[in-house]
Write a protein that binds this ligand. Sequence first.
Ligand SMILES: [Mg+2]
Length: 127
Amino acid sequence: MAINKILVLDDSPTMQRILVNTLNKAGFTTVDTANDGDDGLKKLASGGSYDLILTDWNMPVMTGIDFLKAVKADPATKHIPVIMVTSRNVKEDILLAIKSGARDYIVKPFTPEAIKEKIGTLSGSNG
Ligand SMILES: [Mg+2]
């Protein structure tokens, strides 16, 4: 599958910038950002046709796990792969994320290579 447009959710502006820079360097130039789950749902509802979503877990207003569940419950968005990017490195959390529909799980701090590898796996390339 081709990944052209990516949505990144994180309440930390620094983490948003790191993720956007990493994605840009990996060749993904169309990246939008949202500050929390509610913001992310608004971006999706406003017609953004995203091919991939990377979301933080701990965010105010709406957490990443609640956002993930909402995305997967909506027929209009449930096909979009969601990767959780979080510092919650606990087996129960990883299992909950996967059970809730996450395609993959990346633990912070991550390397740019880890991000590229996960997306490469997703898009079927070796990138
Ligand atoms: Mg956070």
